[in-house]
Design a protein around this ligand. Structure first.
Ligand code: ADP
Ligand code: MG
Length: 495
């Protein structure tokens, strides 16, 4: 244990919404030997707890592995904003589910996008095809993650603003559930048992697996398996393994395959049951399939179509996947849209709308022209977003001018949306990333709230908020997730 002259964690009289690091005192953050000592403890605890990733050098091997990137200290998160995100999650689950069942809305919302964006168009073709052929499976399993930042208001307090909703391959529930143990340990080693005790556990992996297990049960074939659709090379395999092990513990078999394997060895029987290598598939759980890179050949697209046509419960099905596009997110801000989907839940509408930042279509026309002119004039106030997932695709700052300048006179505009840029207050922390020198960074946390729901025909069988993920990145980067090597895993320290 390290003792020393350590100031108290939270200054008396602080307002809940102030976002100062709870361990801010510079003499602690600059105490190099203390930080080094805690860093070593944190890295070893991460390894012991299974907060792991495969390495960049050997991304397909589990022979050489590394701790997954984490913060040294948990980051301050206003408890009221965390609770707000948690409360809104069940509302978002219902909203996503209802939109996924409304082809007319999706067709209208995505009409201009699919003209400008080939990838979304191909997904949309599959959606149309399965609609025409008739939906085979009436059970839906949704696992999503709504991501937020804590926007700084004029009075310097913070409010919750949604960045996006991920309806496919919402990841890191497995590792996120293990990070609190690491941070509690760091606090103990630092000599802060009371603060360690304040760090809450996170049951994201367990809750998500409850949903998968329930859907598997509803499928009603005890021998059938859960299929994880994965990338051929997966550095984040341990996150997936956490869920797999949880399912095996419930006596549910799991297989892992990538699209090409499904193309080569997947078949549908007369009842449209999906079989792969002798296993019947109860659930097709997509941990890939959200990026054009995942469909590197026509065979991958054929595999996606095969799965969508099958009786397997898709997580997500193609309609729900499309609900997660940036374009649909932007369409939701129009007045009356939320009310249309949640007519009996006015409070849910309020909770959802309270989290919305400004989102704008830049489709051709006077409205699009006007917002483009504003963004060209003041690019720092906006983020330009293409219809892509996975981090590293958004456009910020001066580059917005360049990109908008290149596309403003044509239909390519519809491949993007504009969003108000959220400006959270930075906090100080150390980001522990393999091969990177230890340095005190100005950081921004992003809170993700997991939601799980199951619908069988028109009946909602499950609707839960299923734990959380906190990721933190340095203010040096505008964009980027954990997999992109920018953000790191974190734990909320409630203030
Ligand atoms: P992706 O699907 O690539 O994850 P996101 O919409 O989540 O796309 O954006 C990626 C990252 O860009 C976010 O994690 C966040 O760091 C940053 N970002 C996105 N939207 C905003 C915004 N409105 N204001 C500030 N930063 C943003
Ligand atoms: Mg994101």
């Amino acid at each position: 244990m390290i003792h020393g002259k350590l100031p108290g964690l939270i200054r008396p009289g602080r307002m809940d919404s102030e976002l100062l690091i709870p361990f801010e005192a510079d003499d602690v953050l600059q105490n190099h030997s203390l930080i080094q000592h805690l860093t070593l403890a944190a890295k070893d605890a991460a390894l012991l707890q299974g907060v792991l990733m495969r390495t960049k050098e050997e991304p397909s091997s589990s022979e050489t592995i590394c701790f997954a990137p984490i913060t040294l200290f948990p980051s301050p998160v206003p408890k009221n904003l965390f609770d707000q995100a948690c409360e809104a999650q069940q509302d978002f689950n219902v909203l996503i589910d209802r939109i996924s069942m409304d082809p007319e809305f999706l067709k209208k919302a995505l009409a201009s996008t699919i003209k400008a964006d080939e990838f979304t168009a191909r997904l949309f073709n599959i959606y149309n095809q399965v609609l025409e052929e008739g939906i085979t499976q009436s059970i839906t399993l949704g696992i999503n993650r709504s991501d937020y930042m804590f926007d700084k208001k004029h009075d310097q307090s913070a409010c919750l603003k949604q960045i996006e909703i991920n309806t496919i391959a919402a990841s890191f529930a497995g590792l996120a559930a293990k990070v609190p143990v690491v941070h509690r340990h760091v606090m103990h080693v630092w000599g802060k048992p009371e603060e360690a005790a304040k760090i809450q556990s996170n049951s994201a992996a367990k809750e998500i697996c409850k949903g998968i297990a329930k859907a598997w049960e509803l499928y009603g074939s005890p021998e059938a398996v859960v299929l994880f659709l994965v990338e051929r090379v997966s550095r984040n395999i341990f996150d997936q393994r956490c869920l797999e092990m949880e399912l095996w513990d419930k006596n549910i078999r799991v297989i892992r395959r990538h699209f090409i394997e499904i193309y080569e060895r997947g078949t549908l029987d007369d009842n449209k049951r999906l079989h792969v290598d002798g296993y019947e598939v109860a659930i097709a759980y997509f941990r890939s399939g959200y990026s054009p890179d995942d469909y590197h050949s026509e065979e991958c697209w054929a595999a996606r179509l095969l799965i969508e046509r099958s009786l397997a419960i898709k997580c997500p099905n193609i309609g729900t996947h499309l609900v997660g596009t940036k374009k649909v997110q932007q369409e939701l801000v129009h007045s009356g849209v939320l009310e249309n989907y949640l007519p009996e839940y006015p409070k849910a509408v309020e909770r959802i709308r309270a989290t919305f930042a400004g989102l704008y279509s830049i489709d051709e026309g006077p409205e699009g022209d006007e917002i483009i002119a504003k963004a060209m004039e003041n690019p720092e106030a906006y983020v330009l977003k293409p219809q892509r997932e996975g981090g590293g695709n958004n456009i910020f700052g001066e580059e917005i001018r360049q990109v908008l300048g290149g596309i403003k006179d044509g239909s390519k505009r519809s491949a993007y949306i504009l969003m108000d840029r959220i400006n959270p207050k930075a906090v100080k922390n150390y980001l522990l990333q393999s091969g990177t020198a230890l340095k005190l960074s100005e950081c921004i946390p992003e809170l993700g709230m997991f939601g799980v729901y199951i619908r069988s025909c028109n009946r909602l069988v499950m609707n839960i908020c299923a734990g959380h993920l906190l990721r933190t990145k340095s203010t040096e980067f505008a964009d980027g997730g954990v997999s992109a090597g920018v953000a790191v895993l974190d734990t909320p320290y409630f203030i």
